[in-house]
Design a binder for this molecule. Sequence first.
Ligand code: NAI
Ligand code: MG
Length: 335
Amino acid sequence: MNKKVTLIAGDGIGPEIVTAIREIFEAAKAPVEWEEENAGQTTLDEKGELIPSSLLESLAKNKVGLKGPITTPVGKGFKSVNIQLRQHFDLHTNLRPAQNIPGVESRFSGVDIILFRENTEGLYAGLEFYDDRLDIADTISRITKSGCERIIRSAFEFASKNNRKKVTIVHKANVLKIAGATLLKAGAKISKEFPGIQMDDIIIDNLCMQLVIRPEKFDVLVTTNLFGDIISDLCAGLVGGLGVVPGANIGDEVAIFEAVHGSAPDIAGKGIANPTALLKSAIMMLHYMQEKVVADKIERALYKVLSEKDNRTGDLGGKSTTQEFTQHIISNLEQ
Ligand code: NAI
Ligand code: MG
């Protein structure tokens, strides 16, 4: 029986890559029925709602969503729809794997990093003020003991289920002493529940340097919201770029799957975007929905197509358009 999933096309390259996923899912006979909703500037113009209530109802009912990127105005305008959705549904765990793709050459090999980013607190808590009299801009980074314990537990649970050896806590506790200590104390407490898994910690500056020299030595990383946002783009660059790195926003009730990348306005409408990152997010979604067989079938077809350079999209040195790449995947699906 098909399961209903809320589908958000989003902005920029969103509709192009979402179409690719729909076509691949249909050809693979994935047991999914899409319920289309949208959010952002488009729905604000059309319906007068930035995040329509029908979208929130659909996600609350279906519990699973697949989302294209949504544009956020820079330095002005509305608060990021992406962040609002994460906070509304308390999607505390942002899971972002950065792994080499078999057959796709890249600057490094053996990269297999699973990043856990706290998704609801920190500098993205929304506590921003401008004092016009003094011309002071304040942004408050608020984290909680329970929020830290929750994201660190997610990282350890993942490590334990997936036979991972080590969880590394990423922080800036030498300067941000109180926040850093809160995160590290949470780590010390939660790690006791997982005696088989090593834990260590690293200051973010040092991590960034080591990631671009020896990324293969890192395993599971866990960190606060802003650090996680930045590190995940860095990690994407280690394994072929934003076109290939998936993500999941997971809460206790609802989960929304989306690529790490944004709406890519520089290439939107040109038909050249790489749908791999969103397709890998959709494959993660199928695993989450316990649909392993079809998830593996789509993944095999994806990797087969990616293993031949010409088949790939331009960001990976290939010649295919989004449409051609999609068709290659469909024709490589095993019956
Ligand atoms: P971006 O991730 O959209 O693009 C960065 C660079 O990567 C661009 O050169 C782009 O062409 C390339 N790129 C990204 N995805 C690609 C793909 N699938 N295939 C090929 N190339 C790809 O970051 P940018 O330009 O900083 O942000 C654009 C907009 O997206 C902003 O409004 C931002 O707020 C929003 N955004 C939304 C996110 C979300 O919906 N979760 C996440 C990140 C940014
Ligand atoms: Mg980001």
